[in-house]
Design a binder for this molecule. Structure first.
Ligand SMILES: Nc1ncnc2c1ncn2[C@@H]1O[C@H](COP(=O)(O)OP(=O)(O)OP(=O)(O)O)[C@@H](O)[C@H]1O
Length: 395
């Protein structure tokens, strides 16, 4: 133990934190169209008119939160020089709040003094809304409320009340605008028409990043995050290309570049090469697979374990029936009563969705019917890594 030493090393990174999630860039690149639409949706605020309620949607990591912070910061800055405008912004993330009640409590507490907070339980819902409207009326001027990850709210009461607070005369002394943000592309269509028409007065759709846009995002961070000259040619392009392939998520592309930098640092290398990126991608994919499996149900894991054994024995692609047989043996060895054949089929379908296995349907000609064959599409190693916790625990 006494031999272990930590020695600072900064040959690769200048400011590693510029690649972390919480870093907010000063400029937002690669989102020109979205920013333009969003900007015009916010225009009434700087005209001191009643704001529109705005709904932003698009997949994870496409810059919805970053664009919101960027534009609100610019709006606050420019509003400061106009004496008639008194702008306040409040942002909450609905992940973990779940109900309208809890989101309303959270908003009240954001608006109130720290010494005057309310608790999460104990008040009738109507009272919490009243507290909220009182706070909003007291503020005066213009208030923009950002509800990030709004699809996490299990009921739509707040989404009904808040955007309509103006027309219902609940909020009379303040110009109120609500900005809802969602990753769930079906969320909007699932809203009742009453909620939709008021919450989604203006809509801005954020598309997935293409490789060119991701290249701009990564180039911007490279300037801050790395020492001069450590990135070899092609590294940024490679991260951007992988990022575009992996659902166009900027967070994933940034994670990949960070991991590639960490690998170069671990190797004691002076530069980040394309091979570092390839290894970083393998590592991140592996982590993702392991995470996916760890969170998977016990019998789902056993079905996967059965397929892994078949693959190890060179018996894949394997038909559903063969996976079923192998699974039943494993389950009975562990004294667990096996789930039905139908459930095994469902598990195999889910594992395919998770990108852990690949399944192919075969037609046996006119009278033969159809059958499915399955095999792992991730390495045996990473699958076993994810499985080991549970299997060791109950072996
Ligand atoms: N155009 C961009 N320029 C620079 N950085 C960006 C850009 N778009 C996204 N990022 C960065 O990528 C990460 C994810 O972006 P953001 O949180 O805005 O995504 P999102 O669309 O709100 O998705 P989620 O709801 O999953 O958070 C953040 O670290 C953000 O700073």
């Amino acid at each position: 133990m006494s031999d272990i030493k930590f020695v600072p090393s900064n040959d690769i990174f200048a400011r590693r934190e510029a690649l972390l999630e919480e870093w907010t860039p000063d400029e937002l690149v690669g989102r020109d169209e979205e920013l333009q639409q969003y900007h015009s949706a916010l225009q009434p605020v700087i005209n001191n008119e009643t704001p529109s309620n705005i709904f932003l949607y698009g997949k994870s990591g496409v810059g919805k939160t970053a664009a919101t912070r960027y534009l609100l910061r610019a709006l606050e800055r420019d509003a400061e020089s106009i004496p008639e405008i008194d702008l306040h912004t409040v942002e909450i993330n609905c992940d973990g709040l779940n109900s309208s009640y809890q989101a309303a409590v959270s908003l009240v507490n954001e608006l109130r003094d720290p010494s005057d907070q309310i608790s999460n339980t104990g008040y009738p819902q109507a009272s919490v809304y009243e507290f909220l409207f009182d706070e909003l009326n007291d503020l005066g001027g213009t208030v923009l409320i950002v509800l990030d990850e709004v699809d996490h709210l299990e009921d739509d009461s707040l989404l009904y009340q808040l955007p309509r607070a103006r027309s219902n005369n609940d909020v009379t002394d303040t110009k109120l605008g609500v900005i809802g943000i969602s990753n769930d592309l079906d969320f909007r269509s699932g809203l009742s028409s009453k909620v939709r028409s008021s919450l989604c007065e203006k809509e801005v759709s954020f598309s997935a990043y293409d490789a060119n846009e991701l290249r701009l995002v990564l180039e911007q961070r490279r300037e801050v995050a790395f020492q001069d000259g450590v990135l070899e040619d092609g590294v940024i392009e490679m991260c951007a290309a992988f990022g575009a392939k992996d659902s166009g998520d900027a967070r994933k592309a940034l994670d990949l570049l960070l991991e590639a930098g960490d690998i170069a640092r671990e190797d004691g290398s002076e530069t980040i090469t394309e091979s570092c990126v390839q290894r970083a991608r393998d590592r991140l994919q592996r982590d993702q697979v392991i995470e996916g499996i760890r969170n998977y149900s016990q019998h789902g894991q056993l079905v996967l374990y059965a397929l892994t054994q078949l693959q190890k024995n060179g018996a894949t692609p394997a038909r559903t029936r063969e996976v079923q047989d192998a699974y039943e043996k494993i389950a009975s060895k562990r004294q667990l009563s096996p789930v039905s054949e139908r459930s095994v089929r469902d598990y195999l379908g889910e594992l395919e969705q998770l990108g852990i296995i690949g399944s192919k349907v075969h037609n046996q000609g006119k009278d033969g019917g159809k059958y499915k064959e399955h095999q792992l599409v991730q390495s045996i190693d990473s699958v076993e890594n994810g499985l080991s916790v549970l299997l060791d625990a109950d072996a």
